[in-house]
Write a protein that binds this ligand. Structure first.
Ligand code: HAM
Length: 421
C-alpha cells in the first residue's frame, strides 16, 4: 500500500465537512468586511520567499521546499501567503487601483519542512488576509478584530489576543543593538543556532527552543522599551482602537514573530486550554511596511494575519464546539423497476435543481435497504416511486418523522416541499 507523505493528511469525513463549513463562514465574513479573494501560485521563484520572509528566518533556513524545475529555475513551494500576495500586488500594479487600500484574503495550502506533531504539518492550510496601502493603526485594529471575530463566530471562547510592537526601523535598530549586547555576554554557552542568529538576526534568538529556559533569555531586553516616540504613539492608538471595539487583548512583549518582515504591530492569537498541545497559537500576523519595497515594488505599507485551519479544527474539538454540519437530506427517492428508475433519474435532477438536497438508489437494492439508507441519511421525506402512480403523474410522499403518507401530483411536488421544508 502506498501511504501519504510524512507530515501530510487526507481531509475526509467529518473534518472535511467542518472545513467546508468554516470556509463558508470565512468567505461570508470577508464579504462583510469587504476583502477580495485572491489565489496565487503554490510555487514561486525562490527569491519571493527567501527575500520576502527573510534569509535569517527559521522558515527559510530550514523549512522551505526548494528545488530546481526541469528548466533549472529555482523554485520554492509557498511556506506562507504574504510574500506571494505581495509579489502579485506588485506584478498586477494593484497600488494603482482607484480604490485603496487593497484588501485581500486567501485560503490555501502551505508547505514547510517541519517536524510533524499535533497541529503541525508539512502541508497545512492557512486562511489569511493582507491589507496594502494604509499605514493607519485604524486598519491594524480592523485586521485584529477580523481575526478575533472569526474565532468568536466559530464559537471558540477561550482565546487570547497578544499584541506587541516592534516599532519603526529606528526602534528596531536600537532594539537589535540592545539584544546583540545582551546575548553577546554569554553567547559561548548558547546553542550553535543562537550563535549564528546573533550575527544574522538576534531577534530570532528569542524563539529558540533549546535555550528558552536560560536566565539570559528571561531577562532579555523588551521591544517596547526601545520604541521611539512616534512608534509608541502609534501603539497606544492601536490599543485605544481595540478598547473601543471591546476586544480583549494583552500586551505581550515576548511576541516577536518568526518572519523577518515585520515592524510596528505584531500579534498572535492563542487558545487557552490545557488539553491543547504545544501548538496553541491559532493565528498571527502584523505590519510589514518594508516588504513591498523589498520585493521591488513602490514603498507601500501592509498588514495582515494568517491562521492555521488544522489548529482551528483541534481547537473546536478540545472546546467541544459542534458546528452545524450534519444537514439532513430533504428527500430520498426510491424505486424498484426500470420505468420507476427512469422517473427517479428525472425527478432527482428536477428537485436538486430546485434547491433541495436529494438522494436516490444507485445499486438496484431491495426496497428495505433503500428505506434503511433513507433513515441513515436522516431524510425528511421519502418518495417510493410506483409505476401505477407514475401513470397518474403522482407520487407517494412519506414524512419520515410522522410516518404520514400523502399522494402529491408530480407537478406540485416542488411547491409542496417548499411549503413544508
Ligand atoms: P505564521 O505565524 O508563520 O505567520 O503562520 C500563521 C499560522 O499558521 C500559525 O499561527 C499556525 O496556526 C499556522 N501554521 C504555521 N505553520 C504551521 C504548520 N507547520 N502546521 C500547521 N499550521 C501551521 C504567517 O504565515 C504570516 N504569513 C502571517 C501574516 C500574514 N503576517 C502578515 N500577514
Amino acid at each position: 500500500m502506498i501511504s501519504k507523505p510524512k507530515g501530510t493528511y487526507d481531509l475526509i469525513g467529518q473534518d472535511a465537512k467542518k472545513i467546508n463549513y468554516i470556509n463558508n463562514v470565512l468567505a461570508a465574513m470577508c464579504q462583510n468586511y469587504n476583502y477580495e479573494f485572491i489565489r496565487t501560485p503554490v510555487f514561486e521563484a525562490s527569491e519571493v520567499f527567501h527575500r520576502g520572509v527573510g534569509e535569517g528566518s527559521d522558515i527559510v533556513r530550514k523549512e522551505t521546499y526548494d528545488f530546481k524545475d526541469r528548466g533549472k529555475r529555482d523554485i520554492t513551494l509557498r511556506p506562507e501567503g504574504t510574500a506571494g500576495v505581495v509579489r502579485s500586488y506588485i506584478e498586477n500594479k494593484m497600488y494603482g487601483r482607484d480604490i485603496q487600500p487593497v484588501k485581500l484574503y486567501y485560503n490555501e495550502m502551505m508547505y514547510r519542512y517541519e517536524r510533524p506533531q499535533a497541529g503541525r504539518y508539512r502541508e497545512f492550510h492557512q486562511f489569511g488576509v493582507e491589507v496594502l496601502g494604509c499605514d493607519d493603526p485604524f486598519v491594524d485594529a480592523e485586521v485584529i478584530s477580523l481575526a478575533y471575530n472569526i474565532f468568536q463566530t466559530l464559537g471558540l471562547k477561550n482565546i487570547r489576543v497578544n499584541i506587541n510592537s516592534l516599532g519603526d526601523q529606528e526602534s528596531r535598530d536600537n532594539y537589535r543593538q540592545a539584544l546583540t549586547n545582551h546575548f553577546a555576554q554569554d553567547i559561548k554557552n548558547m546553542c550553535p543556532d543562537c550563535q549564528e542568529r546573533l550575527k544574522k538576526n538576534p531577534l530570532r534568538i528569542l524563539d529558540c527552543k533549546v535555550d528558552q529556559d536560560k536566565e539570559i533569555m528571561k531577562n532579555a531586553p523588551q521591544t517596547i522599551d526601545y520604541l521611539n516616540e512616534e512608534s509608541k504613539k502609534r501603539f497606544t492608538k492601536l490599543q485605544e482602537y481595540l478598547d473601543l471595539l471591546d476586544i480583549e487583548y494583552v500586551v505581550n512583549p515576548k511576541i516577536v514573530r518568526g518572519l523577518d518582515y515585520y515592524n510596528h504591530t505584531v500579534f498572535e492569537i492563542e487558545i487557552l486550554n490545557e488539553e491543547f498541545g504545544a501548538q496553541n497559537v491559532l493565528g498571527g500576523g502584523g505590519r510589514y511596511n518594508g516588504l513591498v519595497e523589498m520585493l521591488d515594488g513602490p514603498q507601500t505599507p501592509g498588514i495582515g494575519f494568517a491562521m492555521g485551519m488544522e489548529r482551528i479544527l483541534l481547537a473546536l474539538d478540545v472546546e467541544e464546539v459542534h458546528l452545524p454540519i450534519d444537514n439532513p437530506l430533504d428527500v430520498y427517492i426510491g424505486y424498484v423497476n426500470d420505468e420507476e428508475k427512469d422517473t427517479a433519474l428525472y425527478l432527482v435532477q428536477d428537485l436538486r435543481l430546485n434547491g433541495f438536497r436529494v438522494e436516490t438508489e444507485y445499486l438496484n437494492r431491495s426496497l428495505k435497504s433503500q428505506f434503511k439508507t433513507a433513515d441513515k441519511l436522516k431524510s425528511r421525506y421519502v418518495i417510493i416511486l410506483n409505476s401505477n402512480d407514475i401513470k397518474e403523474f403522482k407520487v407517494k410522499l412519506r414524512d419520515n418523522q410522522t410516518k404520514e403518507e400523502e399522494m402529491v401530483k408530480i407537478n406540485d411536488l416542488v411547491d409542496y416541499l417548499d411549503m413544508h421544508i
